[in-house]
Design a protein around this ligand. Sequence first.
Ligand code: DAH
Length: 340
Amino acid sequence: MISGMSLLERIESVKQAALSELRAAGELPALERAKGAALGAEGSFTTLMKELGSLAKELRPVAGKAINAAKQELEAILAEKRAELELKSSLPKDPTDFSLPGRRRALGQLHPLTQTTTDIVRAFRRLGFAVADGPEIEDDYHCFDALNTPADHPARDSQDTFYVGTGPGKLPLLRTHTSSVQIRVMEKQAPPVRIVVPGRVFRRDNADATHNPTFQQIEGLYVDRGVTVGDLKGTVAEVFQELLGNDVKLRFRPHYFSYTEPSFEIDFSSPLVKKMGKEWLEIAGCGMVHPAVFERVGYDPEVWSGWAFGFGIERIAMIRYGINDIRLFYENDVRFLQQF
Ligand code: DAH
């Protein structure tokens, strides 16, 4: 039989040993081990509790109280220590040096062709034009027939056009110009029409400094009563001055397109063009919409008149930024792209 006094003493010394073990724990696993050694199934306190049974009846409450008080003290220290170690383990081992210079995140920017397209579209919007869209995979009806381009026209040759399927019926192809969208819009909408259509087009050209098998165009179409070539010239001049400066000069040269009559090519001159070693650069095709085109879409050519144009966007971007090779736009070399 163990005397009451000696048990109380043992409780105190077991408690002190457990406390110093808890306090000494430098990391969470060590703390958990110290807790187990004191309060676990085989722990020193559990053993003490078991000994209570062999104690004289009158001593049990005193001893039980002492053990419970000691356990509470241990639990409090344990909680405190656990909070401290959890905080410690959540902090970085190598603390941040706030005096180090920051790492700058490289910001991307829009592709120069996107920037140019956005600016052209903005200039036309200001004049009241809406933006229209159409499919890149077209058919020969919208790309050619409806534009009054007959089946034996050289543009329809498979040397020039990417066909993506066979007949019978309409032939699917990659659109060779955005003019196909003129037809799609007029098929759906009654006049008046005032649209621009920026978009990608495709031709079977070998890539060189001025050709690429895919490039960007912007189409314009204006249909109303009494529209004249004067409106066309005025509109185009306004937009080019806004885009490329007030010192631009435009020249309309007679040309042929099957979907316009009369037709013109627009030549462009400015100090920027002269810097490229040229006097005039051809930048667009245009003309007054052919009556046969209006008839195809059900517009009465006696009532409605209109003009249309198509520009190559790369051409304009090349003048703007002084770029001498169209392929640069498609290589997407960041050293090139970073400059815009
Ligand atoms: N589609 C022509 C081309 O790709 C450009 C063009 C010429 C568009 C005259 C037109 C136009 O709308 O009226 O070269």
